[in-house]
Design a protein around this ligand. Structure first.
Ligand SMILES: Nc1nc2c(ncn2[C@@H]2O[C@H](COP(=O)(O)OP(=O)(O)OP(=O)(O)O)[C@@H](O)[C@H]2O)c(=O)[nH]1
Ligand SMILES: [Mg+2]
Ligand SMILES: [Zn+2]
Length: 296
């Protein structure tokens, strides 16, 4: 029995594909993980046992820098969210939710407005550029934004996320045509994708770095997303930072209180109303959850 270390690059139907010095070893996970409620994730560094037939068993997950539930990935430096102004139209609330989770897990966040050949997504650009986010306009169709995106991805481990059909896999194919990954049509009727990508997979980029393609969000996945505790949420909106600690009340929730520095900044136009609306909505959702947890 040999013990090796590697990184999970794909998880599919109960098998884990572990990259060990460039060789992919197919593994099962030890039953123990199921009992602990911890499952290995793509991006995890693991210790595996290999038997004489070459088959592997993941026996230990090495310590994680961070992990996400949707998309299911670990050890991510940068979350790259794709959004689009058309086919599908991305709801800013989804962007705010994903970016807040990235901040919560100490992961950088990059917004790509894809399908710019069809629609320049002016509304989204305006919100996020004004809120201090890095925003890149891209098109998998024309190659718009490719150099800038390459530079942002180089030598880091990133994960692609966003609605189904927004063009994650297409954009990845545009970055590395050798990948030749399967992409899907967006239904005219539903205006969203059909979940063409069904598993998470980590790819090495030809210019250095790794990127995970993931299945896009449907409405069910959004409901399953992790909640951030109400009191932590304020720290997950980076543009609130200069105003925190300056409200009249120590436990200000920055929604309706008098003397709130965040609300003052909102009134002065220094915080975008759409971002503050999302903050309040996430706060209320998380607060309900907390009440429910306390009662049960
Ligand atoms: N015009 C245009 N079409 C695009 C662009 N990017 C993707 N598409 C099209 O949008 C459709 C969906 O693209 P995918 O790459 O499969 O989308 P996805 O985000 O990977 O979707 P899931 O795998 O379901 O999460 C395909 O028909 C693509 O050809 C773009 O920049 N411009
Ligand atoms: Mg895809
Ligand atoms: Zn306040």
């Amino acid at each position: 029995m040999t013990i090796l270390e590697g990184r999970i690059v794909k998880a599919l139907s109960g098998y884990y594909y572990v990259d060990h010095d460039g060789e992919i070893i197919t593994c099962r996970a030890r039953g123990k993980f199921r009992l602990d409620g911890v499952s290995p994730l793509v991006g995890d560094r693991v210790e595996l046992e290999r038997d004489s037939t070459g088959a592997g068993t993941v026996r230990r997950i090495l310590s994680r820098r961070n992990y996400f539930i949707r998309p299911a990935v670990a050890n991510i430096d940068q979350m790259v969210m794709l959004a689009s102004g058309v086919n599908p139209v991305t709801d800013p609330f989804l962007i705010d939710r994903v970016s807040a989770l990235a901040a919560y897990h100490e992961c950088d966040f990059l917004l790509c407005l894809n399908k710019c050949d069809l629609d320049r997504a002016e509304g989204l650009y305006e919100i996020y550029a004004a809120s201090g986010f890095r925003v890149i306009r891209t098109s998998a169709e024309t190659g718009l934004g490719r150099e800038e995106l390459q530079e942002a991805l180089k030598d880091r481990t990133s994960a692609l996320t966003g609605n189904s059909g927004v063009g994650k896999t297409s954009l990845l194919n545009a970055l590395d045509p050798l990948l030749g990954l399967k992409t899907g049509e967006v239904s005219e009727h539903l205006g969203r994708g059909r979940h063409t990508t069904r598993h998470v997979e980590l790819f090495a980029l030809p210019f250095g770095g790794y990127i995970a393609d993931t299945p896009g969000f449907g409405s069910f996945d959004v409901e399953q997303m992790e909640s951030i505790r109400p009191a932590q949420l304020q720290y997950c909106f980076p543009e609130f930072a200069p105003h925190l600690g300056q409200c009249r009340f120590n436990d200000c929730t920055h929604r309706t209180e008098p003397g709130c520095a965040v609300l003052d900044a909102l009134a002065r136009g220094e915080i975008h109303p759409s971002r503050h609306r999302s903050y309040a909505r996430l706060w209320e959702q998380a607060n309900l959850l907390r009440d429910w947890e306390v009662k049960s």
